[in-house]
Design a protein. Structure first.
Lengths: 173, 219
């Protein structure tokens, strides 16, 4: 039985906001900030995956569809309390979209005009990329739509690139 | 006391954590008079008994201490060659402690890396794809339990063969690793784990596992 620690999500929103604004001050360039957020996300992802695997009893996914389901229904639920929907599968089954109705990172946030290129939640892309890399999957993750930039929904597009063969844990094909 | 030790091996086969919870060591300390009736020889930088078993001292046991002071391989703590020391009747009577040689950290590193290779071989031998790999290695005095995560880290526990609940313990150690090692931003992935909170929580988990496990058959 795991005791779920209820944390005030406002502090989380404020912390992320402080992080982004500090990066904006430090780099003064939206593209660069996006890159830094993605990098930080990556460092979070490579650690978060173990926490995820240790706490959920999810086994190895056999195809990308399973991966998509686990990400949307288990991982997002566990860490952000939301369950995005999985849609827009490419014909080859190697690309899909996560549609987020709400995004805890952007509660109360409005993007000013001088930051029109800022992808505020870039951290999430890095997290997903880093986490999947640790289970030997190379993916490309980007925001296709962002409510902060005027779109109606927030859409994360995930594309499977390849299986990472080096350092495959023994026993996996 | 039935969980002997814990090893954590990273993806490349390197030992990143090792803890000896309880290692039963038969050690015998006896006083000897000249001449020594045991034949000693140098083996692997240690002084071991090559001939002459008595009173619990067995062939293969190493000299652990002389007159109460731990030795340093084949030299005494003061740097004297032990074999020379023991040839001199003036040094007798002498009290020598014999026991099974303790594994050095380098030896443990080598053994962990060898196990990592064995694990890979075990998986390749598997007739089915996607084998879990070696889960248990059993001998008459201990059982080695192994759990490899999807990310390639191995958690290994050596315990008494009758100790139960090790599967749950391995999962618990994985949780402790994901908390106190990974959530410590100053810990670098794949590097040796030197986090006090990890040590503390691991020790508590071992205590709980030992108390909850039973020693009866079929438990």
């Amino acid at each position: 039985v795991s005791k779920k620690k209820k944390k005030n999500s406002e502090l989380f929103t404020l912390t992320y906001g402080a992080l982004v604004t500090q990066l904006c001050k430090d780099y003064e360039n939206d593209e660069e900030v996006n890159k830094q957020l993605d990098k930080m996300g990556y460092n979070i992802g490579v650690r978060l995956i173990e926490d995820f695997l240790a706490r959920s009893s999810v086994g190895r996914c056999h195809d990308f569809r399973e991966t998509a389901d686990v990400i949307a229904k288990v991982a997002f639920k566990m860490y952000l309390g939301i369950t995005p929907s999985v849609t827009n599968w490419s014909p080859a089954g190697d690309e899909f979209s996560l549609i987020l109705e709400s995004n805890p990172l952007v509660d109360f946030v409005e993007l000013p005009d001088n930051h029109s290129n800022l992808v505020y939640s870039s951290l999430l892309c890095g997290v997903l990329r880093g986490a999947l890399e640790m289970v030997q999957m190379a993916v490309d993750v980007r925001f296709a739509q962002d409510t902060l930039r005027g779109d109606s929904v927030t859409e994360i597009r995930m594309k499977f690139i390849k299986r990472i063969e080096e350092n495959l844990p023994a026993g996996d094909e | 006391m039935a969980i002997f030790s814990v090893y954590v091996v990273n993806k490349a086969g390197g030992l990143i954590y090792q803890y000896d919870n309880y290692v039963p060591r038969a050690e015998v300390e006896k006083t000897f008079s000249f001449p020594l009736d045991l034949v000693l020889k140098i083996y692997d930088e240690k002084l071991v008994v090559s001939f002459g078993q008595r009173d619990g001292i067995r062939v293969g046991h190493a000299v652990l201490s002389i007159n109460g002071v731990d030795v340093n391989g084949k030299y005494t703590a003061e740097g004297k060659d032990i074999l020379e020391y023991l040839k001199d009747p003036a040094n007798y009577p002498v009290s020598i402690k014999f026991g099974r040689p303790r594994l050095s950290s380098n030896e443990k590193l080598m053994l962990a890396s060898m196990f990592h290779s064995l694990f890979a071989i075990g998986s390749q031998l598997s007739p089915e794809v996607g084998s879990s790999g070696i889960e248990m290695l059993e001998t008459d005095v201990f059982k080695l339990h192994c759990f490899q995560t999807l990310t390639g880290i191995k958690f290994i526990v050596l315990a008494d063969p009758r100790q139960s609940g090790i599967d749950a313990l391995l999962r618990k150690i994985y949780e402790i690793y994901s908390d106190f090692a990974l959530k410590n931003p100053f810990y670098s992935l794949e590097m040796p784990i030197r986090c006090e909170l990890f040590d503390q929580n691991l020790k508590s988990a071992l205590e709980i596992a030992e108390k909850a496990g039973t020693f009866g058959p079929g438990s």
